[in-house]
Design a binder for this molecule. Sequence first.
Ligand code: ZN
Ligand code: ZN
Length: 126
Amino acid sequence: MLPFALPCARCGQPAATFALLPAGSGEGMWRDRDRLERTGFLGATLHFGELPALAELMRAIAGRDYAAVRALAGPDLVAFHCWACAADYCEACWRIGPPEFDEDFPSFYDCTEGICPAGHSQVVDD
Ligand SMILES: [Zn+2]
Ligand SMILES: [Zn+2]
């Protein structure tokens, strides 16, 4: 499956781009593992798994079946998707808050929250 981008519902720019990278393709330290790469939203995120499962995940993302994506891989991979709006927004349209740190262990990164153009707040990086 070729890489594809999902457009932002507000401005039309890509909200995130997804690529299926079989082991041996691409660059970097994870080159020898099958992986799905999300780029263009808060840097790059990798999701590892068996190729058939990653292909299924790619199809679910391309078909915007976010419930299936969440069931297969958790919400982090599609964090650009506002669940309240049922819409995708790019990094520029989300108001991304500062990183939050654990209350008890202040040196531990906890998560980052964002506010969508309609005012919904959601964790966009965990
Ligand atoms: Zn946008
Ligand atoms: Zn929203």
